[in-house]
Design a protein around this ligand. Sequence first.
Ligand code: GTP
Ligand code: MG
Length: 488
Amino acid sequence: MTKYNQPGPIVAISTGLGEKSALGIVRVSGCKDLSFLNHITKKPVSFSPAPRKAYFSRFYDSKNDTLDEGLFIFFKGPESFTGEDTVEFNLHGNPLILNNFCQYLVSEFGFRLAEPGEFSFRALQNEKLNLTQIEGLDLILNANSGFGLKAGTELLNNDVFKSYKELKSLFLEIKMSLEILIDFSEDVGEEEIFKKLDGVHGRFSKLINKLFNRTQGNIEHLLSPSVSLFGATNAGKSTFFNMLLGDNRAIVSNIHGTTRDYISEFIYLNGTSFKLIDTAGLRVTHEEVETLGIERTYKINEESFFKIFVINPFDDLVDYEGLLFDAIVFTHADLPGVDKKIQEISKTLRGEYYLSSGPKSGPMGAENSGPIGPKKNGPMGATFSGSIGAAFKFDGPIGPETSLENKIFEKYQQLTSTNPIAISRHRDVITDIYETFNEYLSTYGETRDCAILSSYANRLGASLDELIGVVSPQEVLDSIFSNFCIGK
Ligand SMILES: Nc1nc2c(ncn2[C@@H]2O[C@H](COP(=O)(O)OP(=O)(O)OP(=O)(O)O)[C@@H](O)[C@H]2O)c(=O)[nH]1
Ligand SMILES: [Mg+2]
């Protein structure tokens, strides 16, 4: 964090730098006066911009050449994002213009190019935002899913923070009661204090249990949910990938091992973006590069949010030990005899399946992937993940209840319905508080030893301060701010 601790004026491009765009924003903060603005706009020394008012101007360099023209808005500290005097310039979005503009301020007026997240760091330092809000901002800026956006907004709006503060104030009541118990129990009466403690414990338990429940489940998957296709070589994964994408993105051929490295593209299902991943086909190989590709397939399978096992029903079924799946897609459904083949496989492989009949079949859905065979075993229940290794049991065929798209979205909704806590730092500290509090409670129930209870209370206090962001270890701050983009 030392790199952020240098005061002085900073400048950065605050909009995306990836592509040329109509507009781009350059932001400066911490300028000691606005004389630089008079220079670059050629306005008289007497000109002083009113805060929060947009001015149109041309911007000049020292040789009187035009850098660009656009709007500028002055925000007087502390009424600004960083809490310092800030100016935002709305320029044309060509990165060349934006970079030249920044470089000019650096070379002529003593600005420094901001580090990633440095504007937000100053906002934290000047108490414009608390640490939880900064983390929310980070989520909003980097979210790849509706869940990430919603969770980020909740943090930025301080909704979660309110629960943390409530937990802290309940803790202070506990701590206070313990101190009275140690120092003044004779004056107040032990029974009276225990009665009060019982009540606060109940309220603390209720709140920490509620928060702890929101830390459960595989939440990391929800921030950037991916849908992966895996299976044997030539199963038809790349064909199916292209079909879902509506584009011939992946190479398809009848040569085994065509896809050697994974390929990913974003697809949108019911307004949420999912990363669709086509992987290297699985087979026994001694070829070095293909082996590396297959290792990646296993890793992707482990990390994916929704895993689709793609099977050509005319091939022998292979038991891929350790791989998991949420649904099966049988390809080659356009070929005669496919029903019989699927019936045979369904005797050994259990899971919900969908049919794909190559590129001719159009998008999948209930119409062209209806159930085949008797649905005598019904759906596999709420968690329909299976293990390929463990799945070779006779359970009879189970057809899909709904389209594959809905199935993916259903799983997504199921996991987000508990309103999980998106930030792993919060989940870790909440778990720590939950565990320490339960240890504290059992000591309270067994011995009521004030010395031990106080030591638990001290631990709880430290964790609560960490949760609220009063004390944030250096590495936590470093990891939060290094994740930010430049100009934020
Ligand atoms: N008739 C028919 N042919 C298909 C279907 N799906 C794939 N194929 C053919 O099967 C062959 C293999 O398809 P790919 O999509 O490349 O298979 P893959 O699973 O990606 O294979 P690898 O990349 O080697 O792992 C190609 O010749 C495809 O045209 C299908 O549903 N019906
Ligand atoms: Mg392929």
